[in-house]
Design a protein around this ligand. Structure first.
Ligand code: ATP
Ligand code: MG
Length: 597
């Protein structure tokens, strides 16, 4: 594919040392990010909650707005930094009063509401371990994660408790305390009222000494490739959250920031809670669900300046407001305050980047990272040219490489050594040199799986990528999704992006299907834009369209229409499942898929 470049002249506000990317890379080390932290008083270490709230109060910024929670009814509940500091201190005192202490696991199963932030920060203040669950999970994923994570405390609502937890409670003997947010006429047995406990608790809490290596967060991966893994993160990670938000999201204290991810996913914690608060920005919290009109309204009414979202959301907005009108959205909304838009979670098709430029007035900046890395690793920066379809370049302090792969799409390790592919445009496994503060400290209770992620001094990401001559990284696919057809290695992303350039296509998922002659042929599942009728004519047209774009070796041989591509609850298309369904294989672990109970 020919690649377009979006040139940047001057970015409106840019983390200053990124204006010269190469110089920034040469001069940055993570100690600079650590030096930017306040630290607990009297040298008692580093605690995320201190950096996120108490620090601002101590430095005279307590009356600034920390949160603006937009309710389902559009009512806005603002919370100041001082208010959040007090409420989280009360919750920390509640935990202490219950005998819950350092390292104990506190789970949340809550919508995005102020109490979620209070609980998260209070847990961290108490040096307990926070494990946020996505409130749309059904009983099985909840049970699985609470068992794996050894939950001692759960904060949820009465409704969520009755629907998802009550029936599995007897399978969770370690779960001692369940606190319910909101009024209950008849509280279920074995629960207490969150408000009663927090209102009665003192509002002063001295954070105990916290080592930067103390465990702070337990975050489960999205489960795109199978059973979710519990990634362990430490308090010292906050240095990376804070620095990378400034670098990669161009986020500054005066910004109004909206991260659309739920804190049940790592993005919603690292960048929905920790990073923007640690920088002293104002965080918009949307308690509602996706709705194009509502989202444009929030962007406009809340004067959002920096927006961090996901390809699935961008694609839904594209469906509602295509690049080629006619439409009244988003023109009816004043998006003039919006300065920077970024996306993460799965590949962002070039079409989506250009859509942003034409419809939002700003290109969408893709960036790449994982639950394991804890923070953004590779990004398209505000100050640098964008190559639509590329994940961007490594952040200052991040060393990334492409490693030679074997047949299985994973890095070849021979005698303990790997081979770094130095030549541009070679496909291989994306690897990172460990050493940044938010690197996971391992998968919970799974040393073997943790060890398997490392070889020859590299962390192996499980993703395939290529690097071009200018140092931009291009996502090829997850190692397990890559297709080998007639001697070619085909990344599903490239094929999906080409299909999405066709005006009839809303979304695509591409897999390899075994074939007697070619070994494997490429098959595409395509969902269509509203109003477009499927049929053999369109099928032929799409096949020809893809062939022209991609050439016969890479283009799909078959196209099927599917308006409901399987996706994780965080919105990622699950190719593994498309493949299993196609081949009549068992579907494996589907607990994190949309539509599962
Ligand atoms: P699991 O590890 O349980 O299979 P997961 O890998 O989807 O699930 P996450 O840690 O939430 O869990 O997601 C990280 C992965 O998402 C990356 O390894 C990559 O495959 C994909 N991803 C994230 N950002 C991007 C991006 N900008 N472009 C392409 N892929 C991305
Ligand atoms: Mg993963």
């Amino acid at each position: 594919m020919a690649h377009e470049v979006i040139h940047k002249t001057a970015a409106p506000a840019v983390a200053p040392n990124l204006a010269d990317y190469d110089r920034a890379r040469a001069s940055f080390d993570w100690q600079q990010a650590r030096d930017g932290l306040a630290g607990l008083p009297d040298g008692k270490g580093v605690n995320i909650a201190h950096e996120a709230v108490d620090r601002h109060v101590a430095e005279g910024r307590g009356d600034r707005t920390a949160l603006r929670c937009v309710g389902r009814d559009d009512r806005v509940r603002p919370v100041t930094y001082a208010g959040l500091a007090r409420r989280s201190a009360r919750f920390a005192n509640v935990l202490r009063g219950l005998g819950v202490g350092r390292g104990d696991r506190v789970f949340t199963l809550l919508g995005r509401c102020p109490e979620l932030y209070e609980t998260a920060l209070g847990t961290l203040k108490n040096t307990s371990v926070l494990c946020p669950l996505f409130s749309a999970f059904g009983p099985e994923p909840v049970r699985q994660r609470m068992r794996l994570g050894g939950a001692r405390v759960l904060v949820t609502t009465g409704e969520l408790y009755r629907r998802k937890v009550a029936g599995i409670r007897q399978e969770l003997p370690g779960l001692e305390h369940v606190l319910l947010v909101g009024p209950e006429d008849e509280p279920p047995p074995g629960t207490s009222s969150y408000e009663e406990l927090t209102d009665a608790a003192p509002q002063d809490f001295t954070i105990p000494p916290t080592d930067g290596e103390d465990t702070a967060l337990l975050h489960f991966t999205s489960g795109t490739t199978g059973t979710p893994k519990g990634a362990v993160h430490v308090h010292g990670a906050v240095a990376a959250h804070r620095a990378t938000a400034a670098f990669a999201l161009d986020l500054h204290p005066d910004d109004v920031f909206w991260c659309t991810a739920d804190p049940g996913w790592v993005t919603g914690t690292s960048y929905g809670i920790v990073a923007p608060l640690a920088l002293g920005a104002t965080v918009v919290v949307d308690e509602g669900d996706f709705d194009a009109r509502r989202w444009y309204r929030i962007l406009a009414d809340e004067h959002v300046t920096v927006w961090y979202t996901a390809p699935t959301a961008v694609r839904m907005l594209m469906r509602a407001t295509p690049r080629q009108g006619p439409h009244d959205l988003p023109r009816g909304y004043d998006l003039s305050r919006l300065r920077f838009v970024a996306s993460v979670g799965e590949p962002l098709n070039p079409e989506a980047v250009l859509w942003g430029r034409d419809v939002l007035g700003l290109p969408v900046h893709d960036n790449w990272w994982q639950t394991e890395t804890g923070c953004i690793m590779i990004a398209n920066f505000a100050a640098c040219d964008i190559r639509p379809g590329s994940m961007g370049r490594p952040l200052p302090g991040v060393e990334a490489a492409v490693l030679e792969c074997g047949e299985d799409g994973r890095a070849l390790v021979a005698g303990g050594r790997v081979t770094v592919l130095e030549r541009p445009d070679a496909d291989g496994e994306l690897a990172l040199r460990p050493g940044w503060p938010s690197m996971f400290r391992g998968y919970l209770d799974d040393e073997a799986r943790t060890a398997a992620c490392f070889a020859d001094g590299w962390y192996l990401t499980g993703d395939l990528a290529r690097r071009d001559a200018d140092g931009y990284f291009w996502f090829v696919g997850r190692a397990d999704d890559v297709i080998k057809s007639a001697g070619h290695l085909i990344g599903p992303f490239e094929v999906e992006s080409a299909l999405m350039e066709h005006p009839a296509v809303a979304e695509a998922g591409v897999i390899g299907r075994p074939d007697e002659v070619a070994g494997t042929v490429v098959k595409a599942f395509v969902s269509l834009r509203p109003g477009v009728e499927p049929g053999p004519g369109l099928q032929r047209e799409l096949l020809a369209f893809a062939r022209r774009r991609l050439g016969p070796a890479v283009a799909p041989r078959e196209i099927a229409f599917d308006q409901n591509l399987p996706r994780t609850r965080s919105g990622k298309v699950v190719r593994r499942l498309l493949r299993a369904r196609e081949l009549g294989l068992p579907e494996g672990d589907v607990s994190t898929l949309e539509g599962t109970p």
